[in-house]
Design a protein around this ligand. Structure first.
Ligand code: SF4
Length: 355
């Protein structure tokens, strides 16, 4: 079954650490953008059944609830939907009750809320425009209007993020009615205001401290019944993201929108990061990255991001015993190789050494 990703590359304000492609919001541009999304949904003529739809960004909540409803109606009209998981990334600022109610009524059944931290000083340092209270109220309101599948984003290894600060954030998080957590280590991306802020760089955590915060998060969430299933993803049983699992399990997904990536019908491709071109073109432009996706190397790289891992015979690396002895790898009863939490903390190095 195929997944559909709809990219919404607009933000009200650029966060100083963010290197993702996004543009300043403009009402007329967004109107044209929504029309182009709907046009492409029709033109692709997806034959396979679709069981996940994901609105990502950028900031999808800059679209009106009516526009979300129009896109979802087009999905019903042009796609073969089967009990779709419909995820929507939502930033905890501004509109809440009515908006959340309306997108829930339109069919969105999973929210991914960009809470990032439950420390006001850390949110300020990140340049986020919401407070801890905004984050808490957004999750509670979402739950009250009927969302029973809510994910929160957390950023780890923030400058000056002590064990205590992170502990308080995690304690607040697990008291909320959530089912899923996505926890990412802060990356300082070249060209962002963060990368030029010497004062801030001096306060960043080193690799050992970052790994400690990561492992602290893994163990805390595990104790709270929120189990790790991927290097950055944690869920209560049965609430793993069906859409994101497609990326790691090498299942087709089609991305629509400027900057969207796809692995669809035997091709890996992306759409240029150009909103005008996307809006004005009849069909979105596809820049091919690979016509042989999901080869052995890619299946190892993606599969080892998951707790399920990959079959040992696929990896065939002489380094396996070494990493197993170091506590980074395990071999399950089913013959799969997977990384331990300690292995996930250094996953880039371990995975590249094995392929
Ligand atoms: S982090 Fe999210 S809200 Fe902030 S600029 Fe990047 S895409 Fe926009």
């Amino acid at each position: 079954m195929t997944g559909i990703y709809i990219h919404v590359p607009f933000c009200a304000k650029k966060c100083p650490y963010c290197a993702f492609f996004s543009e300043q919001y403009g009402r007329k541009t967004v109107d044209n953008y929504v029309k182009a999304v709907i046009r492409n949904l029709q033109l692709y003529q997806v034959n396979d059944t679709v069981d996940t739809i994901y609105f990502g960004g950028g900031t999808p909540s800059l679209l009106t609830a009516g526009q979300i409803s129009d896109i979802l109606e087009a999905c019903s009209k042009y796609l073969h939907l089967y009990q779709p998981e419909i995820t929507f990334e939502f930033n905890p600022t501004g509109k809440r009750n009515t908006y959340l109610h309306d997108i829930h009524s339109a069919g969105v059944n999973r929210l991914s809320i960009g809470t990032q931290s439950f420390s006001d000083s850390q949110l300020k340092l990140l340049g986020r425009t919401h407070s801890v209270n905004d984050g808490i109220r957004t999750v509670e309101t979402a739950f009250q209007v009927g969302f029973n599948n809510i994910s929160c984003d957390l950023m780890l290894a923030l400058p000056e993020q002590s064990e205590l600060i992170l502990h308080e954030t995690l304690e607040t998080l697990v008291k909320l009615p959530i089912t899923h957590v996505s926890a990412y280590l802060l990356q300082i991306e070249e060209g962002t205001p963060f990368s030029q802020n010497q004062d801030l760089l001096a306060r960043c955590l080193d690799d050992d401290q970052s790994a400690d915060r990561y492992l602290q998060t893994v163990h805390f969430l595990e104790d709270a019944g929120i189990h790790q299933y991927e290097v950055s993803s944690f869920a209560k049983k049965g609430f793993e993201s069906r859409h994101n699992l497609k990326y790691w399990k090498c299942v087709d997904y089609l991305g629509i929108g400027a900057g969207a990536h796809s692995c669809y019908m035997g091709k890996r491709f992306y759409v240029p990061e150009d909103v005008s071109q996307f809006c004005d073109g009849e069909h979105q432009t596809e820049i091919i990255l690979s016509e042989n996706p999901y080869d052995r190397e890619e299946r190892i790289m993606l599969g080892l991001r998951t707790v399920e891992g990959v079959p040992a015979e696929l990896v065939k690396s002489q380094k396996i015993p070494l990493f197993q002895k170091a506590g980074y790898l395990r071999i399950g009863e089913n013959g799969n190789i997977s990384l331990t939490a300690e292995g996930f903390a250094v996953s880039n190095a371990v995975i590249s050494a094995m392929i």
